[in-house]
Ligand binder design. Structure first.
Ligand code: EPU
Length: 405
């Protein structure tokens, strides 16, 4: 596809909230060199600039006065490989879940927990997408793109990306200053599954109980897949350690590990069996959970989690636990505790709320919804009311996860 520059384009079809907003310029490109040339010849057009993949993490509250760019770079290629890993380069325009499916079908591990997350590859490092105990940062090896306004093509190694919880250098310092064109992911030839997230573990267990009559049967004829030995034992040991402490002892958990950014599973091996689980099993379990809990953006306008899960100090967590013994808390590094924004919002009674066409999802309070005709401003206003009520009731500030334009 040749590079295509258009003017005064409605963005409604280009972001998952589906609210109305216009872009002064709208550019789709497949060739980084062409983009770099245009940028050098006409930097004025790119001031300001906004990169949009599937638009699954954006809320437009106004028209965009500059250039909206939609990378259409496709293709997945093997960059290099050794006995343990394979490095795959994927174009920024590749649909993320197509990439996950590709990796899982090859039997390579590292992204299976991130199945079915909406969006394209280019957005993956920006957001450092994460779900069910895994973050993209753990598999990203490098990020390549075009600098704005110089047009220089640059590569950032993983350490330079400054990944954090749902953030990176591309969402902060380099926001509007770097257009990602491709990402290299390092995947494991022998997958090490991450199953400590409670929901996921339960879902895999259900599958195991159904399929466990024939434990020794090989699930697939594929040589590579048969070799996959799930290194689950170590995970189970860690889980035992954490699980034995129970949810009550926050202080003890805080210093124990920061691997558990979400729910901490109880002790014991998965399903009580010594089972072989494949990346395909994990992908299928994740897909089932997501379909149950989260609305499909193609059916109902939304951008997934609207807020981040707030991270607070141990004393705040202890205060909240004393007042609300059922509050979910997760260790999040030295002296820090992650709370569940969904739970806090739910407790304030927002789940299922609707005013006009702006609302809160009936099954998950962290997801704001456009039922059809809501404006970006209405959704933003609703998010402000939610923040206020959570602050009033719990004394906790919520931070938006979506990028507000
Ligand atoms: N909860 C409620 N009420 C709700 C929603 C949740 O009480 O309305 C409680 C749940 O019962 C559970 C806890 O809150 O105890 C956590 O909920 P959940 O397991 O659904 O996960 P989350 O922390 O709300 C995060 C990510 C999701 C990701 C899931 C699974 C953030 C901001 N969100 O949600 O990511 O899929 O974990 O790992 O970190 C996204 O970023 O768009 C996204 C969907």
């Amino acid at each position: 596809m040749p590079m295509r520059l258009r003017e005064n384009i409605s963005l409604r079809a280009y972001h998952t909230f589906g609210t109305e907003a216009k872009a002064r310029y709208f550019l789709e490109f497949t060739d980084s060199a062409e983009l770099a040339d245009l940028l050098r010849e006409n930097p004025r057009l790119f001031d300001p600039v906004l990169v949009l993949g599937s638009g699954s993490n954006l809320l437009f509250t106004r028209d965009f006065p500059g250039m909206v760019i939609r990378p259409a770079v496709t293709g997945i290629t093997v960059e290099k490989e050794d006995d343990h890993h394979v490095w795959l380069r994927a174009g920024a325009g590749v649909v993320w879940d197509d990439f996950v499916r590709y990796a899982v079908e090859a039997g390579w591990g590292g992204v299976e927990n991130l199945s079915l997350i909406p969006g394209r590859v280019g957005a993956v490092p920006v957001q450092n997408i994460g779900a069910y105990g895994r973050e993209a940062a753990s598999v990203i090896s490098s990020v390549t793109g075009v600098a704005v306004p110089s047009g220089e093509i640059r590569e950032y190694g993983a350490a330079e990306c400054r990944f954090g919880y749902r953030t990176s250098i591309f969402k902060e310092e380099l926001r509007e200053r770097f257009i990602i064109t491709s990402v290299v992911f390092r995947l494991d030839r022998v997958p090490e599954l991450v199953l400590e997230y409670g929901d996921l573990r339960n879902e895999v267990e259900i599958k195991d109980e159904a399929g466990n009559e024939n434990e020794n049967e090989v699930k697939t004829g594929d040589e590579e897949r048969d070799k996959v030995k799930v290194k689950i034992k170590a995970e189970v040991e860690i889980k035992k350690e954490i699980g034995d402490e129970g949810q009550n002892d926050v202080e003890a958990k805080i210093s124990s590990t920061n691997r558990f950014d979400h729910q901490v599973a109880g002790p014991g091996p998965v399903g009580g069996h010594n089972i072989d689980i494949t990346v395909t099993d994990v992908r299928e379990a994740v897909i089932r959970i997501r379909r149950r809990k989260l609305p499909d953006p193609s059916m109902l306008g939304n951008a997934g989690s609207f807020f981040k899960n707030p991270v607070v100090g141990a004393s705040t967590a202890a205060r909240l636990r004393a007042a609300y013994p059922a509050i979910p808390v997760y260790p999040s590094g030295e002296g820090l505790v992650k709370l569940s924004a969904g739970w806090l919002i739910d407790q304030c009674g927002w789940k299922g709320f609707r005013k006009g066409d702006a609302g809160v999802h009936r099954d998950h309070a962290l997801v704001l919804i456009n039922y059809g005709g809501a404006t970006g401003k209405e959704i933003f206003k609703l998010s402000e009311e939610i923040c206020r009520s959570v602050q009033e009731r719990f004394g906790v500030d919520l931070e938006r996860e979506v990028i507000v334009v």
